[in-house]
Design a protein around this ligand. Structure first.
Ligand SMILES: Nc1ncnc2c1ncn2[C@@H]1O[C@H](COP(=O)(O)OP(=O)(O)OP(=O)(O)O)[C@@H](O)[C@H]1O
Ligand SMILES: Nc1ncnc2c1ncn2[C@@H]1O[C@H](COP(=O)(O)OP(=O)(O)OP(=O)(O)O)[C@@H](O)[C@H]1O
Ligand SMILES: [Mg+2]
Ligand SMILES: [Mg+2]
Lengths: 256, 256
């Protein structure tokens, strides 16, 4: 039975898509059967893997629009042990369609259920919002990983996200757990990143992964050629960090 | 009559809040009466100016919830020639409240109308989404400035945003014009930023401002002490760049 992990943070540009892609790639490298789900109408994850949505008959939107549509029909294999459910701008309509429907928070959970036993991990890339698509992801997931850019504005948004996660646990999904907070874009050349990371550790303690992803332009370059950081520059610090994180996750969520 | 400019991009973390704050501060420095509107429930602009929303009786949410509530009652002076309409998490409820109401796109435009003659510029900081709050901002605005991080993933989201702006111009707001595309977080040490900026200029031509904001950790530090970059480090490259941008805007939108 797959571990379903939502990668979420309503703060924009903190490395949600980059983390979903690279944690996924690192898990696949460890021969874990992994499914990535692009839950963002911008489709950054889909684009980062070079999957074009023009010639696809259906994307994630169809699961929300047509309850008989099967998630398994949408799956695109992208690497050994790594599959993708792609998204495009149509998915933005799902949010408006869902808002008046009963059980609107559970559409994705029901769509995902038949697929869970085919995978060891299912990672969901969320958009920078706490709207219905993200609520659907958090309701379907057992776990949440929160990427946080090591900057003040990113850290201050955490309170709101944790409040939302708690509400979802109480009302919609009692099994939802915070697996960890991942520091990203850590800029070794400045004090600011260090201060923010220390502050995060002070507030959230062991929930903050020991693994931190350092800032590197390689992360911006890799999506251009549709590669994960592991493929783009296998010996890079960032590749090593995501590999360590995948190792932590496969030791059944044990923290380093 | 104020020029109303929405600062928008559904891609997260591209410098929308930072640009709203610093363009605003630079306009105020030129003695232009400027109003900043925080249209993001995360309230990053409000936090960056050190305005606490706990002790405020009302925030932007109230103009969406109660049509008789006056925007002018919400205005908080923050610097000479610079006022703020603050936001907090309550604003997230506005999006759900609005979705079934007729004229839902026009709530903010009507709320803003009586205030326009008191200012020379009104800048609206949008959240990383194309939902109803951003649509309200784009319907109330005459102009749009689009910050784009000089990275591949940020540039690729532009098509979707320009399509949305065009739809709003056709259906809701015929006077909406794209004033310019602002390159942000330009990393001088790498080729990637340069390539992305060149690509943007190739596609969007003169719509891309000559002024580009370079990457600097000072931008991450300044919000911690509730200062604009102009106050935090007046001789900084970034401060000069936002001042030049304000100059371009006050020469009635003439491009450099
Ligand atoms: N460790 C890193 N160092 C430097 N750049 C990074 C790093 N991780 C990601 N990036 C780059 O930063 C930008 C933002 O990352 P990404 O798009 O993954 O964030 P996001 O949280 O998914 O954004 P959104 O909120 O728009 O969905 C991208 O251009 C990405 O290539
Ligand atoms: N030119 C710059 N160089 C380096 N860092 C910057 C620059 N401009 C902004 N930042 C920092 O990058 C982060 C993202 O910027 P900001 O929050 O303004 O983006 P945003 O588009 O408003 O994000 P969101 O999509 O979450 O609203 C912030 O921590 C900010 O301090
Ligand atoms: Mg993303
Ligand atoms: Mg912002």
């Amino acid at each position: 039975m797959a571990r379903v992990i939502a990668i979420a943070n309503q703060k924009g540009g903190v490395g949600k898509t980059t983390s979903t892609l690279n944690i996924g790639a690192a898990l696949a490298e460890r021969h874990q059967r992994t499914l990535l789900v692009d839950m963002d109408p911008q489709g950054a994850l889909t684009a980062s893997l070079g999957v074009s949505t023009y010639d696809l008959e259906a994307t994630l939107y169809s699961v929300f629009a047509n309850p008989h549509s099967l998630l398994s029909d949408l799956i695109v294999p992208v690497r050994p042990c790594l599959d993708l459910v792609p998204a495009n701008v149509d998915l933005a309509a799902a949010e408006l369609n869902l808002s008046n429907r009963s059980g609107r928070e559970f559409f994705f959970k029901y769509a995902l259920a038949p697929t869970r036993e085919r995978y060891d991990f299912i990672l969901i890339d969320c958009q920078p919002s706490l709207g219905l698509l993200t609520v659907n992801a958090l309701t379907a997931a057992d776990e949440v990983i929160i990427p946080v850019q090591c900057q003040f504005l990113s850290l201050r948004g955490m309170r709101m996200l944790l409040d939302t996660i708690e509400k979802i646990r109480v009302r919609l999904n009692p099994s939802l757990e915070l697996t960890g907070i991942l520091g990203t874009m850590y800029n070794t050349g400045t004090i600011h990143s260090q201060e923010v990371l220390e502050e995060a550790r002070k507030i959230f303690g062991a929930k903050v992964f020991n693994v931190v992803i350092k800032e590197s332009v390689r992360f911006a370059e890799a999506p251009v050629v549709h590669k994960s950081i592991l493929e783009y520059e296998s010996r890079h610090d960032g590749a090593a960090a995501y590999r360590r994180l995948a190792e932590v996750l496969t030791q059944d969520g044990q923290k380093e």
